[in-house]
Ligand binder design. Structure first.
Ligand SMILES: Nc1ncnc2c1ncn2[C@@H]1O[C@H](COP(=O)(O)OP(=O)(O)OP(=O)(O)O)[C@@H](O)[C@H]1O
Length: 337
């Protein structure tokens, strides 16, 4: 029997009013459009795509930090939009966010221990007499020593601060974490350490993690499932092996072609690195929003937005020409007399 979803986003859209030029008309611009996405406990889903494609907006809506303009998010079967008061607080305990800049999310004037203890106290996770011990346990769980408790955030390196932010998120014993570019502000040498910490925590605590990142290597290393976004919409979604191994959408192939060490054989498959600018979300092309940069576009692509359709099992792509591309060697084999 399929596992029940922990979190289900259905038909999510978010628009913002934007003025066209200095004196222009105000127009609604869709940052996210028609996104449906389910996650089960313990699952890690990576969201990738160029800057401005709606990754963070999607993450904030999944967390309930931003209301969708359309669509809904259900957590454990309940629509999060309708929750208020104590119910809302109970939900907030179970969902936590880790941001790109741990310095920005930590209070520079308060000790690390006090900031981690906040969540324990507010949500009454442990009795008051156990807060100090539980704070120590959390600090140690993220690989820091208990001596960190009394120090303030500026006394730590970037990687250590991100560990502190993770400890603070874990304090409320969440089931779901949105990690929005959690390592992109860190030195390359310590990025892997923080990702490995998240991998261990996910396994040990059965956490569902929505991992938003520009870094395809890290996403491949970390995530079970990948969501590729382009101009607010999901263009491909599926298990990491399939999306990275035989990408079905030309945009995914172009993203991978820009990361040669992840792309099987870019020259042989004829995939090109992305050319042209990302269109403005205020004026997207008709039909498929990717068509003006797409090497295989045809006139039909201008007619309608392609639906996200199954390529195989739980793997979906939004392209009228989608399909897993055979490995180049296989093509040669088949072409032989
Ligand atoms: N509060 C807001 N008001 C107006 N426009 C917004 C707001 N938040 C996001 N947008 C717009 O929505 C679109 C998506 O933004 P979002 O930050 O979700 O993208 P992103 O993929 O996370 O980008 P990045 O990788 O640069 O963080 C962008 O065009 C952005 O300008």
């Amino acid at each position: 029997m399929p596992e029940t979803s922990l979190i289900e986003a259905h038909g999510l859209g978010r628009n913002y009013p934007m003025r066209q030029g200095l004196l222009g008309r105000q127009k609604d611009v869709w940052a996210v459009r028609d996104v449906s996405l389910n996650m089960v406990r313990g699952e890690s889903v990576g969201v990738v795509g160029e800057s401005g494609c709606g990754k963070s907006t999607l993450g904030r809506m999944m967390m309930g930090l931003e209301d969708p303009s359309i669509g809904s998010v259900r957590f454990d079967g309940r629509d999060i939009a309708g929750l208020r008061g104590a119910e809302r607080r109970r939900l907030a305990r179970r969902m936590q966010m880790v941001f790109q800049d741990p310095f920005g999310s930590l209070d520079p004037r308060r000790s690390v221990g006090a900031q981690i203890a906040d969540g324990l106290r507010i949500h009454k996770i442990v009795p008051a007499r156990e807060i100090a011990d539980e704070t120590t346990r959390l600090i140690e769980q993220v690989g820091l020593s208990s001596a960190a408790m009394t120090r303030r955030p500026h006394e730590f390196s970037g990687g250590q601060r991100q560990r502190i932010a993770v400890a603070r998120a874990l304090a409320t014993r969440p089931d779901f974490i949105v990690a929005d570019e959690p390592i992109s502000a860190l030195d390359v040498s310590i990025q892997a350490q923080v990702v490995n910490l998240l991998i261990d925590l996910r396994r040990d605590l059965d956490l569902a993690i929505l991992f938003i990142s520009h870094d395809l290597h890290i996403v491949r290393h970390f995530c079970d499932r990948i969501v590729v976004m382009y101009l607010g919409r999901i263009v491909e979604e599926g298990p990491a092996e399939q999306v990275f191994g035989t990408p079905a959408h030309p945009y995914t192939r172009a993203l991978l072609a820009a990361t040669p060490s992840l792309h099987p054989r870019p020259d042989a498959t004829g995939d090109r690195i992305l050319s042209g600018e990302l269109p403005s979300p205020s004026n997207p092309p008709s039909g498929c929003a990717f068509r003006k940069r797409c090497p295989i576009a045809e006139p039909a692509c201008a007619k309608a937005v392609p639906p996200l359709e199954a390529v195989e099992g739980g793997w979906r792509a939004a392209c009228i020409k989608a399909g897993p591309r055979p490995a180049p060697d296989e093509t040669k084999e088949k072409g032989r007399p």
